[in-house]
Design a binder for this molecule. Sequence first.
Ligand code: CUA
Length: 312
Amino acid sequence: MISHATILTADVDKVFVIIFSITITLLLLVTSFVLYFVIRYNRKRHPNPVQVRETPVVEALFLGVPTIIVLWIFYLGMITYRQERTVPADAMVVNVFARQWSWMFQYDNGIQSDTLKLPVGRPAKMLLNSLDVIHGFFVPAFRIKEDVVPGKQNYVWFQPMTVGTYDIFCTQYCGLRHSYMYSTVEVLSVEEFNSWYAGRGAAPAGAPKAEAVAAIHPGLQVIRVKGCLACHSTDGSPLIGPTYKGLFGKKGIVITPEGEREAVVDEAFIWTKVIDPGRERVKGFPPIMPSFKGQLSDDEIEEIIEYLKGLK
Ligand code: CUA
């Protein structure tokens, strides 16, 4: 027996297969008739065209059969769509935040994660929030796609049925690094999920073990979850923004409203870049950094600074 990723995957696939089969049948039918008529009624065989009288039976079939097929397709789509839009009352709610160019998932107990972790078998409702432009939340294996629109909270729900890891993509072109805006859904067994949920990262199977998790600098943890790595690397490779490697203490030219000046990356500089990034920008980089005011606590900014100090 095939195991399905979610409880509705098979229903969506059924509608797709039915519509696809009808399309293929019609294509073959129409093409065969065209070929047949081209040969049977070509000019050599029929130099003088004959006027054809209307035949009510054929016309009734022409109207009736497609109407029935189209209504049947509508019905199939409608019942599946209704299931997809009707969220079970016991669904667990996860807040999804999309921004250029990363995903963040926030749970009821305050946990924030850059991957979506869910227990198998339980319905889950995603509240979709955009912090900047239009993004698209797409989990191909779950047959789920919904726009994430600034100023409007959309939702999707699904009930994962098979433990595993599935891709999440962004499906709206949302800027330079749109194609890097992906993440994963990790469907865990209920026990694994509960221990992760209670212990915030008590290493589910396949993930780094406890000591490896502990070895991650809390500042790096913040950087990962808040999506900074969408624009900044930690290994020196150039992205949209300056790499974090060796950044602390570095000197460079910044462009201010008053003109250019030399600046050094110190604690005050990082605070300014996080809270009010538009005020001064580093020469050579596009002015696209969003403000993280209200998104990062003072402690989190301090942790980031500590991390950057150690990243030589
Ligand atoms: Cu977000 Cu494309």
